[in-house]
Design a protein around this ligand. Sequence first.
Ligand SMILES: *[C@@H]1O[C@H](CO)[C@@H](O)[C@H](O)[C@H]1NC(C)=O
Length: 347
Amino acid sequence: MATTGAAALVALMTTVVSWAAVLATAAAALLDTSPVPFQAGYVPLFGGDNLVRSPDGRSVRLKLDRRTGSGFVSKTAYHHGYFSASIKLPDDHTAGVVVAFYLSNGDVYPGSHDEVDFELLGNRLGHEWRVQTNVYGNGSTSRGREERYLLPFDPTLRPHAYAVAWTPTAVVFYVDGAPIREVVRVPAMGGDFPSKPMSVYATIWDGSAWATDGGRYRVDYAHAPFAADFSGLVLTGCPVAGGARCAVEVMTGEFAVMTPAKRAAMRRFRRRNLLYTVCHDKIRYKGTVFPECDDTDDGGDFHRWGESKRVSASRRGYSQQKPRKDMVVDASSGRPSTWPIGSLRAD
Ligand SMILES: *[C@@H]1O[C@H](CO)[C@@H](O)[C@H](O)[C@H]1NC(C)=O
């Protein structure tokens, strides 16, 4: 009897201990934002041999040529999480080229899909790449929450991290660890906030119809192949059956919590780099101001069509500026590793 009782107690304790271990492991695994090997989280999506894996399996090159673009997709869908990729963009003449890193469930919910996008838009030789972010929920493609930015660095020289934190209450976009946009879910957004499980995608494709100056400059395949290198693949997401507990873990993750310091960094980035925001566009949606828009960015700094009066590529003058002697020059390209952003000083 006593033996049986002790055995039961041991069994019970073992159960308790193992549950604690399981929970601890789950929490640690969930909030672990270290990169994973490509094949641990992703599979090729399209493009055949235009997708090239590195020998160590930790990075992938996506190429666009006359025949096809290429892309990959996460093995599973996630219901909230933190997703990051370090991307080195093709240099030279890249007008019309689009490199995208995004979450979507368009294949599962046609007509009512959700999407969270980073779209990197190529440009003519001597003109910078631009970054576009967008958020859709439940098929709200006629109410896209678009923004466009310049980057405070040349994205073709080395990889830079583009990340999305998606929780039940907000979407935060990051570039190199600095938040650049926060879309806070407000009740009036209704279904426009992405809320169904999504997969993670990375693609390179021909966006001739719209990517560069609204389609004025098309892809010139004399410069092909265009190659984008992806590394630092972080997939810190809740499994679809992860439930409320996982959502809470994600909401309390460092990547999801906006501190005053992070908000200040975000304002700085936006003052210097925000080219266009739907929140100040009075024309596109006939005066509709989306409920999640706040007045963080001074409306007086924007034209009625949502473009900034203060930030523009020509004022930045990447193409005119000669490398200075004190700049670190990338040996392979002979170009400065940091653009002369000191010359911007829009604020
Ligand atoms: C999502 O879209 C579907 C189909 O258009 C609609 O029936 C449903 O009410 C929408 N859900 C929300 C939360 O808006």
